[in-house]
Every structure is written in C-alpha cells, then in structure tokens.
Ligand binder design. Structure first.
Ligand code: GLP
Length: 243
C-alpha cells in the first residue's frame, strides 16, 4: 500500500482532485467508483468548483456508487442518490445515463445486485475506486464479521454504522435503514486502482488495523493489502496510530 499523509483534509482533497481530473483528461471514458459519507465532501467540493471553472470534460465519464440504503432511492432524504446529486452530479455536466447507482427501492433486490455487477462489467470494470472507511473498518457497507460477501449484495448494517449515518436523517437513528445494498469485496478489489481517504482521529484505529494488522474479515478494509495498486490518503488525525 502506498501511504500518503497530509496536514489537513483540504490539502488531501485538493491533491486528489488534481489527480482525478488529470486521470479524466487522459482517459475521457474513465469509470469511477464513488463513495459517500462525510469524508469525500471536501473532494466533491473541490471537483465541482474546478468543473464549474470549465476545466473538466464530464461528457463520457461513467460512475458507479458503492452503496445505497434499502428502501431509499432518487429524491429520498437520506439516500446516497440524493447525496451524490447534491454534492457532485447536479453541478457537473455528467450524462444521467452514465451515472450508476444501486436502486434501494427495487422490488427484487437480488436482481438489482446482479444487474449492478453486470453493468460494471459491461462498462469495462472500474478504473479508479475511491473509498472512505468506517470507524469499524468497513468499506462500502461490507461490515466486519465471520465472513464477507464477494459481489454486490444486501447488507445488514451494524448499530455503529447506523449511528454514524444518522446525520443524513436529521440525527434520528430510528429513521436510518437497517439494510443496504453494497458492492462486495471482489467488486471493489477488481478495480484497477483504489484510493482510500481517511480523515479524523476517530478513523485512526481502523486505519492502523487496515495497514499494519492481519488480513481478516473482522477488518474488511484489511483485504486492500492484497491489491497491487492502493493509495491510502490520510490527514494527521487518521494517521496518528500508524507504526
Ligand atoms: C458509510 C458508507 C461508506 C463510507 C463510510 C465512512 O457508512 N457506507 O461508504 O466510506 O461509512 O463514512 P464517513 O466518511 O462519513 O466517515
């Protein structure tokens, strides 16, 4: 793993935005895997402000988001679909047809997961997968446990993860869905390149276990150790417990 440390999350976001925009200019039909959450907010802010200044051609870019809550979809408060529209998609000239999102309201969730796997494959696979990390070491919604799922699947959310997402629902934990759809571990690991961002001291234990600990289903992010092109971008807080 290639570990990079930054003084603060703004420098991290600006560095990554520069790299992504350069990657877009080198490969206009790039396929990006995108995360939600608090961590990428600064990155999306930076990307949309540069895009609004007109330097970025989004016309052929394709995206696939990592996950979505079961029961929620486009227009729903708290959905990752709404988050992506607000933070990025409605501010850049991406074609709606090129945006890949899981539909948490699909009548047949297993069929929706299979559709997503096929769509990623049909797009030629993910070139750059961006990730955040949960304080419990999850990536996407691949939660710690006895076993992990390889492909896109229905995930049961840990209490800790539901609490971490309560902000999307006005702080009301009872409104946070109990299940989500998520890319699986193999879906993520098939990406040609992976960039994981972590900011804040509350992520420092998970980051240390991911990098210095054993590969274990108890820390899903530790599986990134087997991938040959992973960059981990950390601010001071998130990198505080590294050996
Ligand atoms: C969420 C998402 C993840 C995200 C992680 C960290 O539950 N499912 O994709 O990376 O948890 O979120 P945050 O950046 O808000 O700390």
């Amino acid at each position: 793993m290639n570990i990079e440390r930054f003084d603060n999350e703004d420098v991290l976001a600006s560095t990554l935005a520069t790299r992504l925009i350069e990657a877009l200019s080198l490969k206009p039909r790039i396929v990006l895997g995108l995360p939600t959450g608090r961590t990428p907010v600064a990155l999306y802010r930076e990307i949309r402000s540069r895009s609004q200044r007109g330097h970025v051609d989004w016309s052929q870019v394709r995206t696939f988001n990592l996950d979505e809550f079961v029961g929620l979809g486009a227009g729903d408060e708290g959905s990752y679909c709404s988050y992506m529209q607000a933070e990025l998609f409605s501010h850049v000239r991406i074609e709606a047809i090129n945006i890949g999102m899981l539909d948490g309201r699909a009548a047949n969730l297993a069929a929706e997961c299979a559709r997503y796997e096929r769509a990623i494959e049909d797009a030629g696979g993910i070139d750059i997968q961006l990730l955040g990390i949960g304080a419990n070491g999850h990536i996407g919604f691949n939660e710690p446990g006895e076993a992990l799922e390889a492909e896109t699947h229905v995930a049961v959310l840990c209490a800790e993860t539901r609490a971490a997402n309560a902000g999307l629902f006005g702080g009301d934990l009872s409104r946070v869905p109990t299940h989500a759809l998520s890319m699986g571990m193999a879906t993520i690991l098939h990406a040609r390149e992976i960039v994981l961002m972590a900011t804040g001291a509350e992520k420092s234990a998970a980051v240390a276990e991911m990098i210095d600990g054993p590969i274990t289903t108890r820390v899903p992010a530790s599986f990134l150790q087997v991938h040959s092109r992973v960059t981990v971008m950390l601010d001071r807080g998130a990198g505080a417990r590294l050996a």
